[in-house]
Design a protein around this ligand. Structure first.
Ligand SMILES: Nc1ncnc2c1ncn2[C@@H]1O[C@H](COP(=O)(O)OP(=O)(O)OP(=O)(O)O)[C@@H](O)[C@H]1O
Ligand SMILES: O=C(O)[C@H](O)[C@@H](O)[C@H](O)[C@H](O)CO
Length: 184
């Protein structure tokens, strides 16, 4: 089955936005920054140090699934940065893109906390890191998942992910020419 789109997933601070951007640049894909689609209520909740519930995330995930479907319908290859912490959240996203691939950025709690604490102006407080790990269901036995060591340099993670996508059956030939920056 063709992999029509990719989600870069994991807990806060794992590098979703940075890696998704690097992959989108490498394959000529379209970046979707999932955090930009949280409701004001969700952002206010996280800013106040309260974890989101399944209910809080439901509308957000449905919107992201619709965005994936829309991009694919327009012939684009979306690369979505989205926490997608639970298996059922990933299923909602798959609803917008059958055969959706996932790059899971694996990071320890300590490393995630250090990264989030180092950017105090972001809406996500470091106090929410424990709740991120409590919610996380690792996508170990799901289809089309590449797990990356999130402590590697961003360009290396992106290069590994692009190589993984390129060996997936039916991956569009447009990604066959890997930019020099990622081919080392
Ligand atoms: N592989 C990496 N090595 C070192 N630092 C990184 C790496 N990836 C990301 N970072 C840094 O960690 C911080 C979080 O990165 P980024 O915003 O990409 O993560 P994120 O998962 O999208 O976070 P969030 O969802 O919480 O916004 C940034 O300061 C970024 O520069
Ligand atoms: O599902 C969630 O709890 C959220 O998407 C969080 O993961 C944050 O939005 C993100 O990581 C920003 O720090």
């Amino acid at each position: 089955m063709t992999m029509p789109a990719l989600v870069v997933m994991g807990v806060a601070g794992c590098g979703k936005s940075s890696v998704a951007q690097a992959i989108a640049d490498a394959i000529g894909g379209t970046l979707i920054e999932g955090d930009a689609y949280h409701s004001d209520d969700n952002v206010a909740k996280m800013s106040a140090g309260e974890p989101l519930t399944d209910e809080d995330r439901a509308g957000w995930l449905a919107r992201l699934a619709a965005l994936l479907a829309e991009d694919i319908a327009h012939g684009r290859v979306p690369v979505l940065a989205c926490s997608a912490l639970k298996a059922r959240y990933r299923d909602v996203l798959r609803g917008g893109a059958q055969g959706l691939g996932f790059v899971f950025l694996d990071l320890t709690r300590e490393a995630a906390a250090a990264r989030v604490a180092a950017r105090p102006h972001h809406f996500m407080p470091a106090s929410l890191i424990d709740s991120q790990f409590a919610a996380l269901e690792r996508p170990s036995d799901e289809a089309c998942v590449f797990t990356a060591d999130a402590t590697l340099p961003i360009a290396d993670i992106a290069a590994q992910a692009v190589r993984w996508m390129q060996q997936m059956p039916g991956w569009p030939t447009q990604s066959a020419d890997m930019p020099k920056a990622l081919s080392a």
